[in-house]
Design a protein around this ligand. Structure first.
Ligand code: ADP
Length: 368
C-alpha cells in the first residue's frame, strides 16, 4: 500500500474525485438474514447469490425467483458479510471531497427493514458505526490535518425530516418525541444562483468537533417520528436529511471553498399492499411513494436530457436539486433484504437501482 501525504495526497484524491464526477454511483448492500426473517430460500423459492467471474466480482448480484434468474450489476455490491468499515472504505474519498468544495449527497434507498438506517447511522459500538458518524469523524480529522497547510474550516450542521411532504426541524429547541407534535413554522427552501441552499427558520448549529455532532445526532434521533407498521416496529416513515455545510479558506494561497455533505436515510420504499397501511398510515405511504417517485422522475429526466426536470414535484427533490446536477456528486445505496418473503420489493429496488446506475448527471439544465 503506497502512502502519500500532503499536497500529493490531495492531488491524488482530486484526480480520483474527477473520475467520480458526472453520474450517480450506485452501491448495493445486502443485509444478513436476521432472526425475524423467514428463510432466504423460502416457499417463494427465491435466493440471492454473488457471481464470482472476473467481470462481475464485487459488482454483480443474481436473484433466482421462481426458477428464473435475474442478474444485476452496480458500481459495487456488498454482500451480507460486509462490515461497516468495508463499506466506509469505499466511500471515504467521496466524503472527503466535501472539504474540497464539492456538493456531496449520499442516500440510502430500500424497503423498510432492508438496512438503510444501519448503513447510514449504524448502531452503538465502534464496529457498528454507520456512514454518518464515520464521515463526520473523517471530515474533522482531515480538516485538522489540513490546518498544517494553511487551511481553516468552519462547519455548520442541520438536520431535518420530511414527513408527509412537510419539513420538520429536528434540532428545533423544545422538540420531543411523538407524531402529534407538528410545527406551525413554514420552512421554505431557497436556492441562490451559486447553488447554495437555505431552508428558512431551520436551526443551524456551528460544530467544532465530533462530540458536537454526536450530541446533535442524539437529539435528532429522539425527535424523529418513528411508527409501527406490520413490517418493522421501528420503521421510519420520514426522509431524514443530515446536512453539513463546510467553508474553508487557505491563508497561504488565498483559496476559498464551500462544500456540502448531505447524508440521507430515505423512508421505506415498500408499496401499499405490503405495508398493510390504513388511515393515516395510508396517507404516509402515499406521500412516501410520491416523493420517491418524484426522485426517480428527476433522476430519469436528467438522464434523458429532458429540458424540464421536475425538481419542484416534491420537497425532497427540491431540497436536493443542487446535489443532483452541475458540480455535485451523488451516491445511492440500494439496501436489500435476503428474506424470501421480500422478494417482490427486492426486485423493485434492484430494478430501480439499475436504472439509476445507468444515469449520467452533471450537465447543467434548465431547472424548474
Ligand atoms: P431500515 O432502516 O431499512 O428500515 P434497519 O437499518 O433498521 O432497516 O435494519 C433492520 C434490521 O436489520 C435492524 O435490526 C438492523 O440492525 C439489522 N441490519 C441491517 N443491516 C445489517 C447489517 N449489514 N448487519 C447486521 N445487521 C443489520
Amino acid at each position: 500500500c503506497q502512502i502519500v501525504e500532503g499536497d500529493e495526497l490531495r492531488k491524488k484524491l482530486h484526480n480520483t474525485i474527477l473520475e467520480l464526477k458526472g453520474n450517480i454511483r450506485v452501491f448495493c448492500r445486502v443485509r444478513p438474514l436476521l432472526q425475524f426473517d423467514g428463510d432466504s430460500n423460502g416457499p417463494e423459492g427465491a435466493s440471492i447469490s454473488f457471481p464470482t467471474s472476473i467481470e462481475s466480482a464485487g459488482r454483480g448480484i443474481d436473484l433466482i425467483n421462481q426458477g428464473q434468474k435475474l442478474s444485476f450489476s452496480y458500481d459495487k455490491v456488498f454482500d451480507h458479510h460486509a462490515s461497516q468499515e468495508d463499506v466506509f472504505v469505499e466511500i471515504s474519498q467521496l466524503v472527503q471531497s466535501a472539504l474540497d468544495g464539492y456538493k456531496v449527497c449520499i442516500f440510502a434507498y430500500g424497503q423498510t427493514g432492508s438496512g438503510k438506517t444501519y448503513t447510514m447511522m449504524g448502531k452503538p459500538g465502534i464496529d457498528q458505526k454507520g456512514i454518518i458518524p464515520r464521515s463526520l469523524e473523517q471530515i474533522f480529522k482531515t480538516s485538522r490535518f489540513l490546518e498544517s497547510q494553511g487551511w481553516n474550516y468552519s462547519m455548520q450542521a442541520s438536520m431535518l425530516e420530511i414527513y408527509n411532504e412537510t419539513i420538520r426541524d429536528l434540532l428545533a429547541p423544545g422538540r420531543s418525541n411523538g407524531f402529534e407534535m407538528m410545527s406551525n413554522k413554514q420552512y421554505t427552501i431557497k436556492h441562490d444562483p451559486h447553488g447554495n441552499t437555505t431552508v428558512s427558520e431551520l436551526t443551524i448549529i456551528d460544530v467544532f468537533g465530533i462530540a458536537d455532532v454526536t450530541s446533535l445526532l442524539e437529539k435528532a434521533s429522539q425527535s424523529r417520528s418513528v411508527g409501527r407498521t406490520q413490517m418493522n416496529e421501528q420503521s421510519s416513515r420520514s426522509h431524514f436529511v443530515f446536512t453539513l455545510k463546510i467553508s474553508g479558506s487557505n491563508k497561504n494561497t488565498g483559496q476559498h471553498v464551500q462544500g456540502v455533505l448531505n447524508l440521507i436515510d430515505l423512508a421505506g420504499s415498500e408499496r401499499l399492499a405490503k405495508s398493510g397501511s390504513t388511515g393515516y398510515r395510508l396517507k404516509e405511504t402515499q406521500s412516501i411513494n410520491k416523493s420517491l417517485s418524484a426522485l426517480s422522475d428527476v433522476i430519469f429526466a436528467i438522464a434523458k436530457g429532458d429540458d424540464h426536470v421536475p425538481f419542484r414535484n416534491s420537497k425532497l427533490t427540491y431540497l436536493l436539486q443542487p446535489c443532483l446536477g452541475g458540480d455535485s456528486k451523488a451516491l445511492m445505496f440500494v439496501n436489500i433484504s435476503p428474506d424470501a418473503s421480500s422478494v417482490g420489493e427486492t426486485i423493485c429496488s434492484l430494478r430501480f437501482a439499475s436504472r439509476v446506475n445507468a444515469c449520467e448527471i452533471g450537465i447543467p439544465r434548465r431547472q424548474t
